[in-house]
Each structure stands twice: as structure tokens, then as C-alpha cells.
Design a binder for this molecule. Structure first.
Ligand code: HEM
Length: 473
């Protein structure tokens, strides 16, 4: 296909196309990074390269101008994401991340008000309370002295409790109880077998056939757990007339208002709660893990970040929403982790109509998957000199202003970008500020460096654990 079109591509193998090593020796980030590196020069003037997911051709966008067209300028051609969903057999798959067309647009505009800065400010005290619990949990584990802790799991428990509290109004208790059901279920969704990863990709490519065959990607026990969690919460709130300023309340309103298909059913509401939970905890906790890892490697940067927290707290007298907004260096450190280790390694779209690629004789045909290789762009020396170096100064106002904004895409871009961006950044900032203010982190002799990336996780994350020496300050 690509050869006939005269488009540079990487030779595929049957039946996986370019995905042969996925979940085995490579993460999807490695695959797209190597295609990007090999073909960037050869695609000058064209702006894209060819790949294969199984037997299907996929367009990989390389030029940032074309990235902007796909995500923003020509959004009307690319409003859907190449994600499989099957509401009939797997109700939890019918969520905002996977929905298409008008149904997606209507729900997106209804859910957007949940994430305004005003709402973030209201949720701030809840997140702070979980951060305090996180601090107590670390303190009691290490006792008076320094101790070695596996921080990746602890951070995942922190974000699980935050999102459980803010989205469901539920105490997930995973900081207190590592075996808490919410944590167990969350883990199960992201840690997949190679077969599970391949099934996910295959179902995204052969959506109609899979729907006819009744293929599902959500494990039965996970589906039962989340459907019951939402049903119980809704029933409890209705019975006891509970009013809260959280995501669940908004969903309950959408279940009451509107007519016909406009009104959310219990299953549809559960699917939205499910995706907010999933999208909310793993991404943020991996971003924090990598940030902590880099700051443990570079003690001077860690000290600078700690100083930034101390100064803001001294100015405001306590950890307030306003103090948090002033912690610019913490934000720079998190952004640099999101650059170097973007939790979502790629963005996916489908062309919903034939798309003539500007300035070329080519057309992306209707139905074809389009991939934007975020991880590869974030490691391109043309945008980030010495890209494997961790350097928060890349996100100073001055340096940022000189860079093409489409070279930084951890939350995607355009109308279909991450709806939870503000919330994700807020919980990461609060978590990092609390950790650095109270503890010092150094490398542990029992861990090998540099850390490896897990090929079994859809999110770009550390293989095994992040063992660090943690010392009270
Ligand atoms: C550091 C944290 C986070 C990262 C790195 C992240 C990243 C992303 C990315 C890359 C996308 C796809 C964007 C695109 O295709 O252009 C996305 C979509 C989405 N994210 Fe996040 N996310 C984070 C936190 C959150 C949180 C906290 C929530 C909810 C509470 C959330 C909910 C969603 C949803 C619902 C979508 C689908 C939006 C749509 O299709 O309309 N995310 N996220």
C-alpha cells in the first residue's frame, strides 16, 4: 500500500504489521520512536510516514504543522479516536474517551464544566486531605529514621484515593489498605498480558467484526465492581439526599435531565465514572514516579524544587490553592517528566472523511487510523537538544516561548484533548509539594539504574517498582 503510494514506511511482518514486538520486547513508545527516527528525514515535504497495525495501513504524522492540522485546524475530519467500544456487550467501554461523533460532542460539552478552575479550587481541600494522609502513611512506614520504600505503588494508591474521593465521593482507603478493591481493580486494568495488549490493538482496527463477535476488553470482575460501585453510590445519595460538588453529582443531574438518548442511563453514567477513574490515577501517578526518580538522581534539582515549595509556603503561611499556583519550579519539574516520559506515548485519531493532505498529492482515506508519535516528538533533538537529559529549565517561560507549542503534547491538543488536564496537574503538584517539603529522596542500592520501562503496561511506566531511600526532613 505505502510502496504504491510512494510514501516512506517501515517494512511490516505478517500478521502483526509493525507491532510484532509490542508487549514482548518493546513498548508502543519504542516502536513509534524508531519509525519516527528512521523516517523523519525521508518524509521532508510530505509530513507523514506509513506504518501497519496488523494488515491495516496507518498514517504516522511527523511534521508539526500537520500535527496542528489534524488536532485543531482540520478537527472536523479527525474528531474520533481509534478506540474500540461495544456498549451492548461491554457497557463500561461506552465512555468519553471512546465515544464518537455527535454523541461524544454532546457529552463532552456537558462534562466540561466539571473541570473549570472554580471547580478545581473547590476540590483542592479534598486532595490536600488525601495528601496529608499520604504523608502520615509514609512517616509511619519509615518510623524515625530513613527507610527504603517502593514509591510507584504508594503514588498509585495516593492518586487512587484522590480520584475516588473527588469523582465518586468514596473513601477508597487504598493508602490504609493496600488490598483495597479500588486499587486491585485499577491495577488489573493497566497490567495486561501480551495477548490482552494485542487484543486491544486488534479490536481497535477491526471494530465492526469485533462488535459482531461480541468482543469485550473489560474483565468481568472489573465491570461488575465498577457498575455496582456507581449504582450503590447513586442509590445512597438519592435515598439520603446527599449533595456534593463532585463528578458523581454532575452525572446524576445528567441522568435526570434531557429526553430519550440525551438522558444518561445508569450504565452510561457508570462508563463515564469508570473512565475518569482510570484516566485519572495511572497517568498522574506515573508522571509523579518519574519526576521523583529524576529528582533522586539530581539532588541539586531536588533541593531547588524543595526551596520553591518552602518559599511559597512562607509567603502564604500554609498550603493554600494560591500557594500551589506560585510553585512554578514544581510545575517545570512535572512538565519535564511529562516530556521525557509522556504517560500516553501516542495520540490516535481516525479520518472520518477523505482528507487531502495540504501541500501534497496524497489523501488520507476515510476510516484510516492516524497516529501522532508524542514520545518520539518529545525526544526529537530538533525540539529538545540532548533529549535524554532531564532539565526542567526547558519549561521556563523564556525557553517555552521559543519552541513550537505542538512539540509538547502530553495532554493532546484541540477539542479532543485531555478533559482532566487541570485536575491531573493539580493532584501531581500537591503530591510533589507535600513529598518534597517533608522528605528527602535518594537512590537505593537495591535498584538498578537507569530504570526500565514496562512493556506490559499501556501507560508508559517504570518496570517493577521505584525503590528509593526516603528520609524525614
Ligand atoms: C498527568 C495526568 C494526565 C495525562 C498525562 C493525561 C493524558 C491524556 C491524553 C494524552 C489524552 C488524549 C488526548 C488527545 O487525544 O488529544 C487524554 C484524554 C482524556 N483524559 Fe487525560 N490525562 C491525565 C489526567 C486525567 C485526569 C485526572 C482525568 C479525569 C479526572 C482525565 C480524563 C481524560 C478523559 C475523559 C479523556 C478523553 C477526552 C475526550 O475524548 O473527550 N485525564 N488524557
Amino acid at each position: 500500500y505505502w510502496k504504491d503510494l510512494g510514501v516512506p514506511y517501515v517494512e511490516p511482518t505478517f500478521p502483526h504489521g509493525n507491532l510484532r514486538e509490542i508487549g514482548k520486547t518493546q513498548h508502543m513508545a519504542d516502536i513509534t520512536r524508531s519509525v519516527y527516527r528512521e523516517l523523519k528525514e525521508k518524509t521532508k515535504g510530505l509530513g507523514f510516514a506509513g506504518m501497519y497495525f496488523f494488515i491495516n495501513p496507518v498514517t504516522m504524522v511527523i511534521d508539526l504543522e500537520l500535527v496542528k492540522n489534524v488536532l485543531v485546524k482540520d478537527f472536523s475530519y479527525f474528531h474520533d479516536r481509534a478506540v474500540y467500544h461495544n456498549g451492548k456487550d461491554d457497557p463500561l467501554s461506552e465512555h468519553l474517551f471512546a465515544m464518537e461523533g455527535t454523541k461524544w460532542r454532546n457529552l463532552r460539552s456537558k462534562l466540561t464544566p466539571t473541570f473549570t478552575s472554580g471547580k478545581m479550587k473547590m476540590m483542592f481541600p479534598t486532595i490536600l486531605a488525601v495528601a496529608d494522609e499520604f504523608k502520615s502513611c509514609l512517616s509511619s512506614t519509615i518510623g524515625d529514621r530513613a527507610g527504603e520504600l517502593e514509591m510507584k505503588e504508594l503514588l498509585a494508591r495516593f492518586t487512587t484515593d484522590v480520584i475516588g474521593n473527588c469523582a465518586f465521593g468514596l473513601e477508597c482507603n487504598s493508602l490504609k489498605d493496600p488490598q483495597a478493591e479500588f486499587r486491585r481493580m485499577g491495577k488489573k486494568v493497566f497490567q495486561q498480558s501480551r495477548l490482552g495488549i494485542i487484543k486491544r490493538f486488534a479490536s481497535s482496527q477491526f471494530r465492526d467484526v469485533c462488535r459482531r463477535l461480541g468482543v469485550t476488553n473489560t474483565a468481568k470482575d472489573v465491570a461488575t465492581f465498577f457498575l455496582n460501585a456507581v449504582k450503590d453510590t447513586v442509590q445512597f445519595r438519592m435515598k439520603n439526599n446527599v449533595q456534593r460538588n463532585d463528578f458523581m453529582s454532575l452525572l446524576m443531574e445528567l441522568m435526570k435531565e434531557g429526553k430519550g438518548t440525551d438522558r444518561l442511563s445508569m450504565e452510561e453514567a457508570s462508563a463515564q465514572a469508570f473512565v475518569f477513574f482510570l484516566a485519572g490515577f495511572e497517568t498522574s501517578s506515573t508522571a509523579m514516579s518519574f519526576c521523583l526518580y529524576e529528582l533522586a538522581l539530581a539532588q541539586d534539582l531536588q533541593e531547588k524544587a524543595r526551596e520553591c515549595v518552602r518559599e511559597a509556603l512562607a509567603r502564604h503561611g500554609a498550603m493554600t490553592y494560591e500557594a500551589l499556583l506560585e510553585m512554578k519550579y514544581i510545575e517545570m519539574c512535572i512538565n519535564e517528566s511529562l516530556r521525557k516520559y509522556s504517560p500516553a506515548a501516542n495520540l490516535l485519531r481516525i479520518a472520518t472523511q477523505n482528507y487531502p493532505v495540504p501541500g501534497t498529492k496524497h489523501t488520507i482515506p476515510k476510516g484510516q487510523t492516524v497516529i501522532i508519535p508524542v514520545h518520539a516528538i518529545h525526544h526529537d533533538p530538533a525540539y529538545y537538544p540532548n533529549p535524554d537529559r532531564y532539565d526542567p529549565e526547558r519549561f521556563s517561560e523564556e525557553t517555552k516561548a521559543k519552541r513550537n507549542p505542538y512539540a509538547f503534547l502530553p495532554f493532546g491538543e484541540g477539542p479532543r484533548n485531555c478533559i482532566g488536564l487541570r485536575f491531573g496537574m493539580m493532584q501531581a503538584r500537591i503530591g510533589m509539594a507535600m513529598l518534597l517539603h517533608n522528605f528527602r529522596f535518594t537512590l537505593s542500592p537495591s535498584m538498578s539504574y537507569p530504570v526500565k520501562v514496562s512493556t506490559a503496561n499501556t501507560v508508559y511506566s517504570i518496570e517493577g517498582g521505584l525503590f528509593l531511600k526516603v528520609e524525614k526532613i
